[in-house]
Design a protein around this ligand. Structure first.
Ligand SMILES: Cc1cc2nc3c(=O)[nH]c(=O)nc-3n(C[C@H](O)[C@H](O)[C@H](O)COP(=O)(O)OP(=O)(O)OC[C@H]3O[C@@H](n4cnc5c(N)ncnc54)[C@H](O)[C@@H]3O)c2cc1C
Length: 392
């Protein structure tokens, strides 16, 4: 098998890249090692930045998102039993975000690839190695339907997430890794209950962080800061709701609606970047190259911005034969990646309670949160980063 662009991984990065290449008339093959149902049901992100929304619309993948997604014009910060709203459009010249689950983005992109005669998208195809990244004809070795197979490519793109294999093809002498592990995790739940708020609530409390988010008008998504190593089975539904109630407590009228919890999972918090994002004819995109703690809602959005930049560079190469934009890919993406890493770090450390933090640290956190609530300049900094900086 030969293709122009071999894509490892059928998550948001791989599927959107394939869609962008389809539209540009560049052939590609996507290898995804899970089955379709697994990929479509995997619960993860839910906040789309303005640039992500624009990119999905521009490639014809925004129709259902525009019908079913919920446009949000702000978020609420809650601390010291008080609420403070950050209004995005007035602080950013009109930018907003969209609540539309990653599961739905993935379903839309898979349906388009299969329905509109896009190139192959092989489920159950497990990539085991990328070879020849430094040559003019790299290959992906993979297994599919019990057979060992080889895909030869002009370019290979590793969109295979944090646990993927593509970045192993970067020699140790070239690869640099930057990492920070946080001393807490998130216990996330999905609940069949209408959201208790119209916009997301980010709550800082002495008991730890909590986030109220939503997936649809009838499904809520909520998170609690928990210690690393927490077993979700140790948290009964009642204990979760009681703890959420305590952390969202606010003076005045507000009630957290409870409902049946349909899913519980624990996610560790980690910041992690691999540099460079290109080696020879191998490119890394999305979680394969970097992850962020989810507090800033940046993971999915970074995956999208990487592949938008890469698709443009591949189009330029196809049209002109020049690799100029491909050469710039890693630097262009890393500037945005590090901005998102910083924002996610600031959001995480100002809202969570570090088990080792001193009373002094706690007062500094509150001071920073008050500053955001009281100062247009500080609120603008948050709003610009949250709604996302321009791509490219
Ligand atoms: C539990 C969890 C919760 C999250 N919550 C949020 C959130 O609330 N907000 C937010 O912004 N972000 C969140 N994220 C991050 C966000 O979901 C990711 O940043 C996003 O999925 C990145 O997309 P991706 O396509 O780069 O990687 P992935 O979505 O990880 O996709 C990689 C794909 O590659 C496939 N693959 C892996 N190895 C191979 C192989 N060897 N061969 C073939 N295929 C392979 C995988 O099956 C997968 O489908 C969360 C992540 C996790 C893990």
């Amino acid at each position: 098998m030969h293709t122009t662009v071999g894509i490892i991984g059928g998550g948001p990065a791989g599927l959107l890249l394939a869609r962008l290449l389809d539209r540009a008339g560049i052939d590609s093959v996507v290898l995804e090692h899970r089955d379709r149902a697994y990929v479509e049901e995997r619960q993860r992100a839910g906040i789309l930045e303005q640039g992500t929304v624009d990119a999905l619309r521009a490639c014809g993948a925004g129709e259902r998102m525009d019908r079913e997604g919920l446009v949000h014009h702000g978020i609420e910060l809650r601390f010291d039993r008080r609420s403070h709203r950050i209004d995005f459009p007035s602080l950013t010249g009109g930018r907003s975000v969209m609540v539309y689950a990653q599961t739905e983005v993935v379903k839309d992109l898979i349906a388009l690839r299969l329905a509109e005669g896009g190139g192959p998208l092989l489920f159950g195809a497990h990539a085991v190695a990328v070879e020849g990244a430094e040559t003019g004809s790299p290959v992906i070795r993979f297994t599919h339907e019990g057979r060992e197979r080889t895909l030869s490519c002009d370019y290979v793109v590793g969109c295979d997430g944090f646990h993927g294999i593509a970045r192993e093809a970067l020699p140790e002498t070239v690869r640099r890794v930057f990492e920070r592990v946080y001393p807490y995790s998130w216990l996330g739940i999905l609940a069949d209950v209408p959201p208790s708020c119209e916009e997301l609530i980010y709550a800082h409390s002495p008991r730890g962080f909590a986030l109220h988010s939503m997936r649809t008008p009838t499904v809520s998504r909520l998170y609690l800061q928990v210690p690393n190593g927490t077993d979700p089975a140790d948290w009964s539904d009642e204990r979760i709701w009681d703890e959420l109630d305590a952390r969202f407590a606010v003076d005045g009228d507000w009630k957290l609606e409870r409902g049946p919890i349909t899913q519980k999972s624990v996610t560790p918090m980690r910041s992690w970047v691999t540099e460079p994002m290109r080696h020879g004819r191998l490119f890394l995109a999305g979680d394969a190259a970097h992850i962020v703690p989810p507090t800033g809602a940046k993971g999915l959005n970074l995956a999208v911005s990487d592949v938008v930049v890469l698709a443009r560079a591949l189009e330029h190469w196809r049209a002109t034969g020049s690799e100029e934009l491909l050469d710039a890919y890693s630097d262009t993406c890393l500037r945005r990646v590090w901005r998102a890493e910083h924002f996610s770090y600031v959001m995480t450390t100002s809202l969570h309670t570090d088990p080792d933090q001193s009373p002094f640290d706690g007062r500094l956190q509150l001071s920073q949160l008050h500053r955001i609530a009281d100062s247009t300049a500080a609120a603008t900094e948050l709003a610009e980063n949250y709604t996302g900086l321009p791509i490219g």
